[in-house]
Design a protein around this ligand. Structure first.
Ligand SMILES: [Zn+2]
Length: 256
């Protein structure tokens, strides 16, 4: 069985370029507009699978995390993006969250029937973020949103499936945990497709040339060595790497 992948454009954000590359290696102070993507996987017996679900509210995201302007056009909502592929939100069987940062985990309630796969360590980290309480960007909660955490542990809790380590979602669709990479419980989703193995990598890689080809870690990580190992492992396993915040992913992310 080969699966099909469709990128979902769930908003846009202006963010510092320093997020793309290990901070000490760049003097780049510029900002760029990046997409906020989710992914739809088609072809599973259980029904459509979604990976990551965008941000809760663009204005709230901008205020709390202080990266830059965030937008979500009417045609960039989860229901609108799924409708492009004739999928209704209630049809989605599984939602995999690569990690719980505000731009990946804000739309869980919009998929009312999906079981939600998240690493236990990531939920723990989101509920009680580690790190200095005051940063210029990231807010007090280091890019986690209290409203997302509240929703996960209450409103959608009955649908949460906590994973500890690697996990097979379906034959040919695998979650792999890369602990303390971009976040404490960040996982990637490897998908078997007609074009080889595609890796939905969340934010472990942001730019293919920098982070995968040259193995230069992106700007935000918890453990540098863990991040470098994660990038090398992704490069080894994947024929195609799909970062969340790269416009190139929108062009090449339609697979099968
Ligand atoms: Zn992100």
């Amino acid at each position: 069985m080969n699966y099909r992948i469709r990128p979902l454009l769930l908003g846009e954000a202006v963010v510092p370029n320093v997020l793309d590359v290990f901070w000490s290696l760049t003097l780049d102070q510029a900002r760029s507009s990046v997409p906020i993507l989710g992914f739809l996987i088609l072809g599973a017996e259980e029904g459509p699978i979604v990976v990551d679900c965008g941000m809760r509210d663009p204005r709230r995201a901008q205020e709390i995390h202080r990266l830059g302007p965030h937008t979500c056009a009417p045609d960039q909502t989860i229901p609108a993006q799924l409708a492009r592929y004739e999928v209704r939100p209630e049809d989605v069987s599984t939602l995999v969250l690569t990690h719980l940062h505000y731009d990946h985990a804000g739309g869980c309630a919009l998929l009312p029937n999906a079981r939600i796969l998240v690493q236990r360590t990531e939920l723990m980290a989101a509920a009680a973020p580690m790190g200095p309480p005051s940063l210029e960007i990231g807010g007090k909660c280091l890019f986690y949103d209290r409203a997302d955490v509240a929703e996960l542990v209450d409103l959608v809790w009955d649908r949460i499936h906590l994973i500890e380590g690697d996990y097979e979602v379906a034959p040919g669709i695998d979650c792999v945990l890369y602990a303390n990479s971009h976040s404490p419980g960040h996982q990637c989703v490897y998908v078997r497709t007609g074009s080889g193995t595609a890796a939905i990598v969340g934010d472990i890689a942001r730019k293919i040339d920098l982070n995968i080809d040259r193995l230069i870690p992106p700007g935000l990580f918890y453990d540098l060595e863990a991040m470098r190992r994660a990038l090398a492992d992704i490069r080894k396993r994947a024929d195609l790497v799909l970062p969340t915040h790269d416009w190139e992913t929108l062009k090449k992310g339609t697979i099968g």
